[in-house]
Design a protein around this ligand. Structure first.
Ligand SMILES: [Zn+2]
Length: 170
């Protein structure tokens, strides 16, 4: 079996996950990402139980759970009104009001994301929920040139049948 590889979304270069952080340091500089005092978060996201397929995004220091939620829903191709949640152990952040729980208007940086894996779930109608797993790959002291809170920086080389990524588990 060959090592799963991916592609840097900024320069289209094939890259392994292992060398991604190192690659980003030089690639982001070339692409005009400025040095920043507050680091951005590098976040790895996969369909649950299937880490062959993944996305890597960089979240600006001020990005919230809402921003990541919106990005993931548009990536999966589901309506942004769908109910969803992030979960770290027993701490949950819901997209829709849920008594006793914080909403998603909460900075990623002050969250357990800094230390823990999380699951992300989108409730869908008449279909199984979309479930993903995420974790921090580290921080990077570069900030995206635009105002985009979440930027896709790498993804796995996804076979055609996974165009619905990650909505179609095996
Ligand atoms: Zn690159």
């Amino acid at each position: 079996m060959t090592r799963p590889s991916g592609t840097c979304s900024l320069c289209e270069k094939e890259i392994s996950r292992r060398s991604l952080m190192e690659h980003l340091e030089s690639c982001l500089t070339k692409k005009g990402w400025q040095e920043a005092f507050d680091p951005s978060l590098v976040i790895h996201i996969s369909p649950k139980m299937d880490s062959r397929y993944y996305l890597v995004v960089i979240a600006r220091p001020d990005a919230t759970f809402y921003d990541l939620d919106e990005f993931l829903k548009s990536t999966v191709g589901v309506d942004e009104d769908r109910s969803s949640r992030f979960q770290f152990n027993n701490q949950m952040y819901f997209s829709h009001m849920n008594d006793g729980y914080p909403g998603m208007n909460f900075p990623l940086h002050s969250s357990p994301l800094m230390h823990e894996k999380f699951t992300y779930l989108i409730y869908t109608q008449g279909w199984f929920p979309v479930i993903m797993e995420g974790k921090s790959m580290g921080k990077i002291t570069r900030v995206s040139p635009g105002n985009t809170p979440i930027t896709l920086v790498a993804d796995s080389n996804i076979p055609k049948e996974y165009h619905q990524w990650p909505q179609r588990p095996k």
